[in-house]
Design a protein around this ligand. Structure first.
Ligand SMILES: Nc1nc2c(ncn2[C@@H]2O[C@H](COP(=O)(O)OP(=O)(O)O)[C@@H](O)[C@H]2O)c(=O)[nH]1
Ligand SMILES: [Mg+2]
Length: 268
């Protein structure tokens, strides 16, 4: 069953509430290239009273100074924030330190009441394709959680012990109903929406608007004459001898792989 279709959102929410009941800590994962669109405003009301960690993943795909700014900005709201890359391993240690610190705090609290501490249970949340499974795999150093470059790959419940005192629950990504048109385009670009579920042309044009004609020329070593995204597409169809549809797809695929350079879809 594909949880990101609006029709299934109610069911996905019910499952989320179930998962949350079992956990005391939430790791919310967002995509560094579009942290605001991939972040969930609805989540707040579900996770009152839990420890929260915000992870800005795929920071290898944006500029370092933007990563630092994002961390700074999110720290105004979240106590624990880390811009990481589950691919390169950057800052993964920080995430481990945060989890260890949380366990120590819990242990002290329980010891005061004369109770032995049990592992903290952490649920990993976020829209599809932000790298939740990859983060878990990196934390345990072997492949357990399914990783795929398509939304909705993770299914069923997958608990993994990543430290002697920390159990993690991987979850399938959940989409939300309150995203704006522009946010949906960004979600399509970062691969959080199924391809059949978004307008490829709209997403590709949005991408060109953000990186501009100059960015395209630089990425592909081509010379273009006009600025307008529609003209850029048309010129690329001629240069590459591809259909318009194939040009949209190529731009989006190359962006997702980081082949267009370090690109942020939102300002930090
Ligand atoms: N560049 C980059 N790619 C990543 C990173 N983390 C995950 N990915 C890729 O993003 C895609 C989705 O990862 P996955 O863990 O399945 O995402 P999930 O749907 O949130 O569980 C896969 O192709 C991963 O290889 C990262 O830090 N940097
Ligand atoms: Mg997954």
């Amino acid at each position: 069953m594909e949880k990101w279709y609006p029709g299934h959102i109610t069911e996905a929410k019910r499952e989320l509430i179930d998962n949350l009941k079992m956990c005391d800590t939430v790791i919310e994962v967002v995509d560094a290239r579009s942290p605001f669109a991939s972040k969930n405003r609805e989540l707040d009301k579900f996770i009152k009273g839990k420890n929260r960690i915000l992870i800005i993943n795929k920071s290898d795909l944006i500029e370092e100074k933007i990563s630092i700014n994002l961390e700074k900005n999110f720290k105004k709201k979240y106590r624990y924030v880390a811009a990481i890359s589950a691919k390169s391993g950057k800052n993964m240690k920080r995430l481990l330190y945060i989890l260890e610190a949380m366990f120590r705090k819990k242990k002290e609290k329980l010891q005061r009441r004369g109770v032995n501490a049990f592992p903290i249970r952490v649920v990993v949340l976020g829209v599809p394709n932000v790298g939740k499974s990859q983060i878990i795999n990196k934390l345990i150093g072997r492949k357990v959680a399914g990783v795929a470059n398509k939304p909705g790959f993770t299914r069923g419940k997958q608990w993994v012990r990543i430290l002697p005192n920390v159990d993690l629950l991987d979850t399938p990504g959940i989409l939300w109903t309150n995203s704006s048109e522009n946010e949906l385009k960004k979600m399509a670009l970062i691969g959080s929406l199924k391809d059949s579920f978004h307008n490829t042309m709209g997403a590709a044009i949005h991408l060109i608007e953000i990186i501009s004609k100059r960015g395209i020329e630089k990425a592909y070593q081509v010379v273009l004459t006009k600025e307008e995204p529609e003209s850029v597409i048309e010129e690329l169809t001629n240069i590459w001898k591809k259909s318009e549809e194939d040009v949209y797809k190529k731009l989006i695929t190359d962006f997702r792989k980081g082949k267009l350079g370090l690109i942020s879809l939102e300002s930090a």
